[in-house]
Design a protein around this ligand. Structure first.
Ligand SMILES: Nc1ncnc2c1ncn2[C@@H]1O[C@H](COP(=O)(O)OP(=O)(O)OP(=O)(O)O)[C@@H](O)[C@H]1O
Length: 366
C-alpha cells in the first residue's frame, strides 16, 4: 500500500521541529496538537514552502525531497492542493474564474479531476457567477477547496480549514469534507487543534507535541493507547466506533446501528440504513457491570466485553481507565473505589453499560 513518508528538522530560535512520520497515502491523516506544537511548520515542509536542510518527503513513488541527494521540489512543482484557514480567493474573479484558475494550468491529459464533478460534489453550481465578497465564509471555503482540487493534486494539504468559521458554518462544511474522503480517493493531510472537528474525518492520527511526533497510527488505536498523561483533552478521552446503520425506530426516535454482531441505539440520525456511521463513546460514559446484563436498567446499550488492562492515572487520582475489548479496544473510566470493589482483572468478562453515544456532529443526509 502506498505510503507518505516524511522526516523534517527545522531549528527555529526557541522551537525545534523534529518530526518523522510514515502513514498510509490514503484517507485523512490529521496532524493534531496544541497551539505552537509545530503543525503548520510540518505542513509547510510537506508543501515545500519551508525547506528542511536535512529533509525527506515521499508520497507513493514520488520523492519530492531527499536532501541526501540534494533533491528538493519547490511548492509550484509539487502536485498538491493547499487550503488555509482563510479562503484566499482572487477577489476580482467570479467563483467560476477562481475554479478555472488552477484547472487551466493543468494540461488536459494530466487532469484527473473533472470540473463538473467538483462543482457537483461541492454543490457550487448556484455560486458560479457570484463574486467572493458576496459569499459566506463557509461558501468561500468550499470554493477554495474546489479550486485546490481542480489542480488534480496527488495530495491535499489543509491547514485548519474550519478554524475561522462559526459552529453552524463548520457543520455545513463537514459533510463535504466527508464526501471528499470517501469519493475522491485522494490522500488528505489535515491540521487541526480541535478534536471535535476531526473525529468524524480522521483515519490516521498524528499527535505532535513540542515539535515531535508522540503518537501516530490508526485514530482508534492512538486515542485508546495514549497514556493518560498525554491525553489531549482528558474530558474527551474515548473511543471511535465505525458502525453501520441498521434501521430507524420512528416510534421511539432512535436509530439502531451494528458493531460486529452487537447492536447500539442512539438518537435518530438522518442517515440511511446500510450507511456507515462513526460514533464517539466517551470513557466517562461507560459503566462496567460484572454480573450478566439485566434488562432492568434504563441503559439501552449494553455490550459484552473483556477487560484488557487497567491504566492507573496515579495514586492521587480518584479515577482509573480500564481498557476493555468489544472487538476493538474501548476505554472506560471508573473510580478507583469501584475498581477495588469489582476486583477487575485482565481476561475478565464484563458488561459495558454505555450511558451516552456522542455523534460529535450529527450528519446531514447526503
Ligand atoms: N518562520 C519562523 N521563524 C521562527 N519561528 C517560527 C517560524 N515559524 C514558526 N515559528 C515558531 O515555531 C513554533 C511552531 O509554530 P507553528 O505555527 O508550526 O505551530 P502550530 O502548532 O501550527 O500552532 P497554531 O495551532 O497556533 O497555528 C512556534 O513557536 C512559532 O513561533
Amino acid at each position: 500500500m502506498s505510503r507518505l513518508t516524511a522526516q523534517f528538522h527545522i531549528p527555529y530560535p526557541g522551537f525545534e521541529l523534529n518530526a518523522e512520520l510514515d502513514v498510509p497515502a490514503h484517507g485523512v491523516t490529521v496532524i493534531f496538537g496544541r497551539s505552537g506544537s509545530g503543525k503548520t511548520t510540518l505542513l509547510r515542509c510537506m508543501a515545500g514552502l519551508t525547506r528542511s536542510p536535512s529533509g525527506y518527503f515521499r508520497i507513493g513513488d514520488a520523492v519530492w525531497q531527499d536532501e541526501s541527494t540534494g533533491r528538493f521540489r519547490p511548492v509550484h512543482q509539487r502536485a498538491i492542493g493547499l487550503v488555509f484557514q482563510d479562503a484566499r480567493l482572487f477577489p476580482h474573479l467570479t467563483v467560476q474564474g477562481n475554479l478555472h484558475y488552477g484547472y487551466r494550468r493543468i494540461a488536459e491529459h494530466e487532469r484527473r479531476i473533472d470540473f463538473d464533478h467538483i462543482v457537483s460534489l461541492l454543490e457550487l453550481a448556484p455560486l458560479l457567477n457570484r463574486m467572493p465578497r458576496n459569499l459566506s465564509g463557509g461558501e468561500q471555503q468550499r470554493v477554495a477547496i474546489g479550486r485546490a482540487l481542480l489542480t488534480s493534486p496527488r495530495l491535499l494539504l489543509m491547514d485548519e480549514p474550519l478554524a475561522n468559521l462559526d459552529t453552524a458554518r463548520k457543520l455545513e462544511i463537514l459533510p463535504f469534507l466527508l464526501k471528499l474522503r470517501t469519493e475522491l480517493g485522494l490522500p488528505i493531510v489535515y491540521v487541526s487543534h480541535s478534536l471535535e472537528e476531526i473525529l468524524q474525518l480522521v483515519d490516521t492520527l498524528v499527535l505532535l507535541k513540542a515539535g515531535r511526533v508522540i503518537a501516530c497510527g490508526p485514530a482508534q488505536q492512538v486515542l485508546t493507547d495514549l497514556p493518560p498523561g498525554e491525553r489531549i483533552d482528558p474530558g474527551l478521552a474515548g473511543t471511535l466506533l465505525d458502525t453501520t446503520v441498521v434501521d430507524h425506530d420512528d416510534a421511539f426516535a432512535l436509530t439502531r446501528v451494528r458493531y460486529g454482531d452487537q447492536f447500539l441505539y442512539l438518537p435518530k440520525q438522518k442517515v440511511e440504513a446500510g450507511r456507515p456511521l462513526r460514533l464517539h463513546i466517551l470513557a466517562r460514559d461507560i459503566s462496567l457491570v460484572v454480573s450478566p446484563a439485566s434488562t432492568q436498567t434504563s441503559v439501552l446499550n449494553i455490550l459484552e466485553a473483556t477487560v484488557v488492562e487497567v491504566l492507573p492515572r496515579g495514586p492521587a487520582a480518584h479515577a482509573v481507565d480500564i481498557k476493555i475489548d468489544i472487538g476493538q479496544p474501548v476505554l472506560a473510566t471508573i473510580t478507583r473505589k469501584s475498581l477495588a470493589r469489582l476486583e477487575l482483572k485482565p481476561g475478565q468478562k464484563v458488561y459495558a453499560h454505555i450511558k451516552a453515544v456522542q455523534m460529535v456532529h450529527e450528519l446531514p443526509e447526503f
